[in-house]
Design a protein around this ligand. Structure first.
Ligand SMILES: *Cc1c(COP(=O)(O)O)cnc(C)c1O
Length: 428
């Protein structure tokens, strides 16, 4: 571990050595209240706009203007096959084979589509295991899926909660719970990284434990994709989905990614909700009866591709590859988040004032640190905003700070530390 110092000069030195430092210039950094660039630590909520996004969308406007319907076949990237241009980059991103991924729809929609296939309750095996306090959309999705099958959410949904006095889950407790549920457990669905605490789960261990009792195991990677190195295929994960507008910088409401393990690639009988874009392309335009799914994740597609959000995603994914992929991003990210942890620790505030609830183990977290502020949290959040620091506030009392390796600097982090120190001096 580097021994850090909490000074602007030390931060500038780390920035000078950072192989990714020039990638910041590839993004639009929104101005803060003073008109200077803000310190944007909110990429976990909405990633910043890649400068290349506008030209990518403009290209599609031009093709549409010039070609009309012919853009499907004769566009610069023909729309018929546009989604396929995202497959290899998405596969690298999540550690999957190309046949295992597809980009389509939005996250909650995809979660439902996957649950239709991978939550197949029976009279004895109908339980779902998830995080207590999961992101609300995931809670609602599960609640409605359980009801769809005629079960009561209170009975069918089992929530994992930390031990008393702890903020995050222990892997051994998750494994024990899975064993205890045994053959009553149909499906496990957890976030890859919990949106509130920033805890990254041991997806390989959880998948192993789930499979040992015969359950399907899936992850909502909203906060993990573009944040962690993922090896979904090697971890043997059954299914997963993610949004692209957080760490993947692909624009508000942007498109979403889906992963389905290769072992389901040729299972046409697996129940699913079908649409023409998931149908065998060789006779998709024959407009005949009888759905025959494409092999792999592509067979879960419903509709023809949303070209505009996909154009942004394509530009954004290209930046990840250019930066050296997730391994390179993660190398910087671990150091950047450790530096944030260090400058917060350097305040020497008692845990009764301000406490980081994200795990200290770098393997159990991504970019984000969640800071529990016991008193006047909202005031602190507003103070940071007045200093041009964009963080995010989660009720009842957590400030989430997420320095991201593509566009945040060590200087950003040091300045956040300085702002916190001036707040603490006033608050004491
Ligand atoms: C951001 C997020 C969502 C948002 O869902 P959308 O369908 O993209 O609106 C859902 N689940 C989790 C865990 C998230 O972090």
């Amino acid at each position: 571990m580097t021994s850090f110092q909490n000074t602007p000069a030390f931060a500038a030195g780390l920035d000078a050595q950072d192989p990714l430092r020039l990638f910041r210039q590839r993004f639009h950094i929104p101005p803060g209240p003073s008109g200077q660039e803000s310190i944007y630590l909110c990429g976990n909520s909405l990633g910043l706009q890649p400068k290349a996004a506008r030209a990518a969308v403009e290209q599609e406007f031009q093709d549409w203007e010039r070609l009309g319907v012919e853009g499907h076949f004769h566009g610069t990237s023909p729309w018929m096959h546009y989604h396929e241009t995202l497959t290899d980059g998405s596969a690298r991103l999540v550690g999957a084979r190309p046949v295992e991924v597809v980009v389509m729809n939005n996250l909650t929609t995809n979660l439902h589509l996957l649950l239709i296939s991978f939550y197949r309750p029976t009279a004895t095996r109908y339980k779902v295991l998830m995080e207590g306090g999961a992101f609300p959309s995931d809670q609602y999705a599960l609640e409605s899926q359980v009801k769809l099958h005629g079960y009561a959410p209170d009975d069918a949904i089992v929530e994992l909660v930390p031990r008393p006095g702890e903020h995050t889950l222990r892997t051994e407790d998750i494994e024990a719970r899975i064993q205890e549920l045994g053959d009553s457990l149909a499906t496990i669905i957890l976030g890859g990284v919990n949106y509130y605490t920033g805890q990254a789960f041991d997806m390989a261990a959880i998948t192993r434990a789930g499979h040992a009792v015969g359950a399907m195991v899936g992850f909502d990677l909203a906060h993990a994709a573009g944040n962690l190195e993922l090896y979904l295929h090697d971890w043997d994960v059954d299914f997963a989905c993610w949004c692209t507008y957080k760490y993947l910088n692909s624009g508000p409401g942007g498109t979403s990614g889906v992963y389905v393990h290769e072992r389901f690639a040729n299972c046409p009988d697996l129940p699913r909700l079908a649409g023409w874009w998931g149908h065998d392309p060789s006779d998709r335009f024959q407009m005949k009866k009888g759905f025959r799914p494409m092999p792999g994740a592509a067979g879960w597609q419903l509709s023809n591709a949303q070209i505009f959000p996909m154009a942004i995603h394509r530009a954004a994914l290209a930046i990840v590859d250019e930066a050296g992929g997730m391994a390179a991003l993660r190398r910087k990210s671990e150091q950047l988040t450790a530096y944030l942890e260090f400058v917060i620790g350097d305040l020497h505030l008692p845990a009764s004032t301000l406490e980081i609830i994200t795990p200290a183990d770098p393997a159990a977290r991504g970019c984000q640190l969640s800071v529990l502020v016991h008193r006047q949290g909202r005031e602190l959040f507003d103070f940071l905003a007045s200093q041009g620091i964009v963080a995010d506030w989660r009720e009842p009392n957590v400030i989430r700070l997420a320095p991201v390796p593509l566009y945040n600097s060590f200087a950003d982090v040091q300045q956040v530390g300085a702002a916190l120190a001036s707040w603490a001096a006033g608050a004491r």
